[in-house]
Design a protein around this ligand. Structure first.
Ligand code: PEP
Length: 250
């Protein structure tokens, strides 16, 4: 039985003070929710303050990216162990905005995944097709390529905590949500590919989140699908009220 995970990707929003304020408002709203995991991923400068504010809550902290080297002359980068030391449990890897604007490739995703698991961070590996790719009937080949190349050389033992986020690029921040059936079809395909690459037990244990304009109004329908194990939420994770209503889907 996979434990649901609702994760908030705050992107480039919220200072430390705003993050702390958010946590103070969110914590009582989700107090007592203990049958699912909750994670928020603030920007790097807000991680330490958020970690301190989250201390007596069951909400976990995540980062939005990392670099694969342990340390060195890599101006502007953040090492995996720095995130772990800040109190992060999760790290988002290969988000489509990083692929689109910052040159992230399947190869950099692979290196980041490897580096994350080495320090015990739970990787949230993002995959998903663009609108053009979907229209060209390329959704499955694209997902297959992202998974094959992103997971190349990794073994099931290293990936026991793996989380995958299926985020169709055309649904991110656009208000367009994949239908629950479209999302389920992609999630089932992703699970079958993970089984081929890393074996059935790992595929069965891997949580696959849906991301793309998730809101309080559509979360229940998505979560009713057999292979949807949670959500990676952008816009609607920025307000305690909407995020808590997503967390408390039933
Ligand atoms: C995201 O940033 O991962 C995302 C899914 O954004 P939104 O929920 O705003 O579409």
């Amino acid at each position: 039985m996979r434990r649901p995970l609702i994760a908030g990707n705050w992107k480039m929003y919220k200072t430390s003070a705003e993050a702390v304020d958010f946590v103070r408002q969110l914590a009582p709203l989700v107090n007592g929710v203990n049958d699912r995991d909750i994670m928020i991923a603030p920007a790097f400068p807000a991680l330490e303050a958020a970690a301190a504010a989250l201390k007596s809550t069951a909400i976990a902290l995540g980062a939005q990216d990392l670099f694969w080297e342990a340390e060195g002359a890599f101006t502007g980068q953040v090492a995996p162990r720095m995130l772990a030391a800040c109190g992060c449990r999760y790290v988002i890897i290969g988000h489509s905005e990083r692929r689109q604007y910052f040159g992230e490739t399947d190869e950099t995703v692979r290196r980041k995944l490897q580096a994350a698991v080495q320090v015990g961070l739970i990787p949230v590996m993002c995959v998903g097709e663009t609108e053009k790719e979907r229209e060209a009937g390329q959704t499955f080949p694209i997902l297959d390529k992202q998974l094959q190349n992103g997971l190349k050389g990794l073994i099931a033992d290293d990936l026991a905590s793996l989380v995958i986020a299926y985020e169709p690029v055309w649904a991110i921040g656009t208000g367009k949500t994949a239908t629950a059936d479209q999302a389920q079809e992609a999630h089932r395909f992703i699970r079958s590919q993970v089984a081929q690459l890393l074996g059935f037990p790992l595929a069965d244990a891997t949580r696959i989140l849906y991301g793309g304009s998730v809101k309080p109004e559509n979360i229940a329908e998505l979560m009713a699908m057999a292979d949807i194990d949670g959500a990676l939420v952008g816009g609607a994770s920025l307000k305690p009220d909407s995020f808590s209503r997503i967390v408390k889907f039933s």
